[in-house]
Design a protein around this ligand. Structure first.
Ligand code: 4AD
Ligand code: MG
Length: 466
């Protein structure tokens, strides 16, 4: 059963090699048996959306016994000749010579049936849901986008950087961190009335990273342009359709770069990913369009069709204040944008992606550059229709004095950031970057309503099964 002899179904549909003898291996989606002594089997091997139809008749060795063994979900090796499909539903099908069930799937307990299952149900069997049309398609699109993320930055001379997963700092300053410890939590060492972290594994309190940005800055201020693409963790207790406790972020960071250039890059980046999905994921996108969200393809095309709208935070608030009674959450200077506000701006006011810049310093993290007005910081959030915030970014504070003041002002411990401050003492330079929430972007491209359904094994409050 060597890999060499196996033909992937995607190649069969691509090349249409009529008359060739091949072996395919995959999982049976359905079997239809005729009393006249033949059977149709739909086989999927994950290489593409389409199933290969296999027609079997009495010519197949041990026909009755092998057909009996075949059921939805079993793994099957099928050898035979590829012929033009008379049905017209597909171009090509296989006339089987030999069928071998590799692994049975007991029909009395196999949880995936031909009917459509709810996404809630499928989350409970996250180990089997990749065998459904939807999750196969999501996985292939996600893979393509990940590949294109690297392609985009590699083409532009950015270096791919692996930043630590375990850190001792809180990049976003929001305190939403998962602690990492080897202390016995039932019996922690106490010193001066508090936990004695000097006895912990790292000799100090450590946590899973919420962002690779601070470390990426160190490398940007040496190599010019870098990007990270890795998992990040947030212990936010928000059970929404766009929050995960573990999610993947793409974080480019550029030296000698201001907010305007940062915004340019972000727009170009998002457009290039959308264009590439349209170009390369046609079969899967057609499925999303038909069965998941009507209009998803048009929405992708619209991203490409014009410039993103750029507005000041203050202007955004003025627009929102006009509709204040319609919102659940308060609007006005000093309030953060909630999902409902993001949707109003992107879907009703501008009907396209919106970049909101220059937020009040009080509601943004310590590392953002304080603008000349001293009231706002050089932040940019990119909001997408149907989704809300997909990118958060900024120009970074490059003044040692101002940064130190901001660390104090936001209640962080200056000693924890000594090395980050050092970057402003030795060869500081204007620099900027942003973070793309990868799952949120996959949601946008696929139209999947819930973020739990665009990551293989979601982690959310109360859920870490699998
Ligand atoms: O806006 P955020 O918090 O920005 C940062 O972390 C910066 N350090 C990025 C940078 O400048 N290098 O997060 C960035 C993006 C958000 O816009 C959102 O798309 C996504 O990460 N995100 C989440 N995605 C899923 N689940 C969550 N809990 C998320 N929190 C943020
Ligand atoms: Mg943000």
């Amino acid at each position: 059963m060597g890999e060499k002899k196996r033909t992937r179904i995607v190649e069969i549909f691509r090349q249409l090699p009529f008359g060739e003898d091949v072996t395919v291996m995959g999982w049976v989606r359905t079997k239809r048996e005729s009393k006249k002594g033949f059977a149709f089997i739909e086989l999927n091997d994950g290489s593409c959306f389409s199933n290969l139809q296999i027609v079997a008749d009495k010519k197949v060795k041990d026909y009755d016994a092998v057909i009996k063994k075949i059921s939805t979900g079993c793994s099957l090796s099928a050898a035979g000749k590829l012929v033009e499909s008379p049905g017209g539903k597909q171009a090509i099908e296989m006339q089987a010579n030999d069928l071998t069930v590799i692994g049975i799937a007991d029909p009395s307990s196999y949880p995936l049936q031909k009917k459509r299952h709810s996404f809630e149900f499928l989350r409970k069997i996250a180990h089997l849901r990749p065998r459904t049309n939807t999750f196969g398609a999501v996985t292939r699109v996600r893979n393509h986008l990940a590949w294109m993320v690297h392609g985009f930055f590699q083409q532009r001379g950015f270096y791919y950087l692996n930043t630590p997963i375990i850190t001792c700092s809180d990049c976003e300053g929001a305190g939403e961190m998962f602690q990492v410890t080897t202390l016995d939590i039932g019996n922690v060492p106490i010193k001066d009335g508090g936990v004695d972290y000097s006895e912990d594994f790292f000799g100090k309190k450590a946590n899973l990273t919420v962002s690779g940005q601070l470390e990426a800055e160190a490398y940007a201020l040496a190599l010019g342009s870098v990007y990270t693409f890795g998992p990040t963790f947030r212990a936010e207790n928000s059970n929404t359709r766009r929050h995960l406790a573990e999610f993947w972020m793409v974080e480019p960071e550029m030296a000698f770069c201001d907010l305007a250039a940062n915004m340019e890059l972000a727009e170009e980046f998002l457009k290039s990913l959308c264009a590439s999905a349209l170009e390369s994921c046609g079969e899967d996108l057609a499925f999303f369009e038909k069965f998941i969200e009507k209009g998803v393809v048009r929405r992708l095309e619209k991203v490409l069709s014009g410039r993103f709208e750029v507005i000041e935070y203050g202007e955004a608030m003025r627009l929102l204040e006009r509709k204040a009674p319609d919102f659940q959450y308060p609007v006005g200077w000093g309030h953060d944008l909630q999902a409902e506000h993001e949707r109003y701006l992107t879907e009703e006011v501008f009907e396209k992606p919106v970049v909101v810049i220059n937020y009040p310093r009080e509601i943004k993290p310590f590392y953002m550059k304080v603008n000349d007005d001293e009231k706002t910081v050089a932040a940019m959030d990119i909001l997408f229709p149907g989704l809300g915030e997909v990118i958060g970014g900024s120009q970074r504070e490059d003044s040692y004095e101002v940064l130190r003041e901001r660390i104090r002002e936001t209640g962080l411990n200056e000693e924890d950031y000594w090395w980050y401050l050092d970057l402003r003492r030795y060869g500081t330079a204007p620099h900027s970057g942003f973070g793309l929430g990868f799952e949120r972007f996959v949601q946008f491209v696929t139209g999947m309503a819930n973020i739990r359904d665009v990551i293989p094994f979601p982690r959310t409050p109360g859920n870490a099964e699998f």
